[in-house]
Write a protein that binds this ligand. Sequence first.
Ligand SMILES: [Zn+2]
Length: 157
Amino acid sequence: MKILKPGRKQKGWATRATCTGNGNGGGGCGAKLLVEEGDLFQTSSHHYDGSSEYYVTFRCKHCGVDTDITNYHGHRTLPKKPPRKPQTTQQMPQNGTFAFTVECQGSPWDVHYFEKDGKKGTLAFREREGKFEIGVFKAGELPLGEVLKELQSAVPV
Ligand SMILES: [Zn+2]
């Protein structure tokens, strides 16, 4: 085949949608979104009679609520629903530097010095069963003795 005159580029399917939470318990924020194929995933509900219904769903970038759409005409096999990001109350600092390890209450704690918004701080944490437990989270670069004192008062035996 020879192309005599190139056509327009294939851009994939896209639609305008409003974040409503439709089909997912409502609660959308009302944001107007341009939803593209890559934003979509498949959700399903299973009934007692063994049948399943499938929905095409997007997750709002603004508020994280899922909304079902009914006008998907693309051809992609859509991925399954992505897991929600785990909510952590205190994020591990990304740019912390490892300072030392201190032993307290029978386990080692990793102590990091970090800088956040121009302020220096100290973070001590241990990993237990795959979960991070924070023992010290304070402003300033605390020396080992101080960290140990903090840990002993902060961590229940
Ligand atoms: Zn939203």
